[in-house]
Structure formats: structure tokens, C-alpha cells
Design a protein around this ligand. Structure first.
Ligand code: FE2
Ligand code: FE2
Length: 168
């Protein structure tokens, strides 16, 4: 992004910028999930995060496919929002000793990540449709559905047991 120029002039530019933002975010999530998985204690939580790591690698590939459909090469722009969410997650989990409380903290951090992804994909899908690229929208919808499912799964794990154990 230029310091003295305004590089985002059209909706196409905004779409591409946001695509580059979420591409950065997905790659960052792929790098940070293994530590979350290591730190988690609950077996279902570990397994859920592991499964979502596999899906997240698929999200990166799906974005590369979208870049290709648009005739662009895959590129990232810094996303301070996801950096902040992940930094905060690492700070908080580093402060927790009790393993059940730690699981609750990991779930909360994971849900912050999912919600960030959900909001970005929501905008991208709406814009893709508006820009006449329903083919791109359909592909991104597959990812959005996986993000929503991951979020719901974390809620279930939290409410069915982790929060009970952590607060007892
Ligand atoms: Fe994702
Ligand atoms: Fe996700």
C-alpha cells in the first residue's frame, strides 16, 4: 500500500486487498495452530484443532485457486488484526497454569480467530457475488462453512465440559 497514493480505487482493488489480507491470516494460522494443539489438554479439543489445521491448509490452497481464477499470483499483505489476535492468545495462554483454565483460554482464542475469518469471508463472498464472480463466491463459501463449523465445535467443547471443569 502506498504512503502517498491511494492504491485501493475500485471494488476489485478492495476485493484483492482483502483476499491478500486473509491469505496472510490463513498462513499465520497454519503456523500458530501446532503450538495451540501442543498446549491443549482435552483430547477432543486437541483433535478438533488438529482437524481444523488440516482444513486451514486447504483454505490456503483454496485462496491460491481464487488468485489463479482472477489471473493474479498469490500475495499477502500484512494483517495486523490477526497478528494481534494471535499475540494476545499467546500472551494469555502463557499466563495460565491450570490445565482446564488453559483449555478454556485456548478455546476463547480459537474462537476469536474463527470470528475474524468469518467476517472476512462474509465480506469477500458478498463482494464476489456483486462483482459477478459467483464461481469465486462458491469456493469461498466452502471455507466459510468450515470456519463456522469449527467455531460451533469449539462452543460445544467449551459448554459441554471445559468450562465446567475450569470453573470447578
Ligand atoms: Fe481458515
Ligand atoms: Fe479457521
Amino acid at each position: 500500500m502506498g504512503l502517498f497514493t491511494r492504491d485501493i480505487k475500485t471494488m476489485d482493488d478492495l476485493f484483492l486487498h482483502t483476499l491478500q489480507d486473509i491469505y496472510y491470516a490463513e498462513n499465520k494460522i497454519v503456523k500458530s495452530l501446532p503450538e495451540m494443539i501442543d498446549t491443549a489438554s482435552d483430547a477432543q479439543l486437541k483433535q478438533g484443532l488438529q482437524a481444523h489445521l488440516g482444513e486451514t491448509e486447504g483454505h490456503v490452497r483454496r485462496l491460491e485457486q481464487v488468485f489463479q481464477m482472477l489471473g493474479k499470483s498469490p500475495k499477502s499483505v500484512d494483517c495486523p488484526a490477526i497478528d494481534g489476535i494471535i499475540d494476545e492468545a499467546e500472551d494469555v495462554t502463557g499466563e495460565v497454569e491450570d490445565k482446564d483454565v488453559l483449555d478454556a483460554a485456548i478455546i476463547a482464542a480459537g474462537q476469536a480467530v474463527e470470528h475474524y475469518e468469518i467476517t472476512r469471508y462474509g465480506s469477500l463472498i458478498a463482494w464476489a457475488k456483486r462483482l459477478g464472480r459467483s464461481d469465486v463466491a462458491r469456493l469461498l463459501e466452502q471455507t466459510l462453512n468450515e470456519e463456522k463449523a469449527a467455531d460451533r465445535k469449539l462452543t460445544t467443547i467449551a459448554e459441554s465440559k471445559v468450562n465446567l471443569r475450569a470453573a470447578s
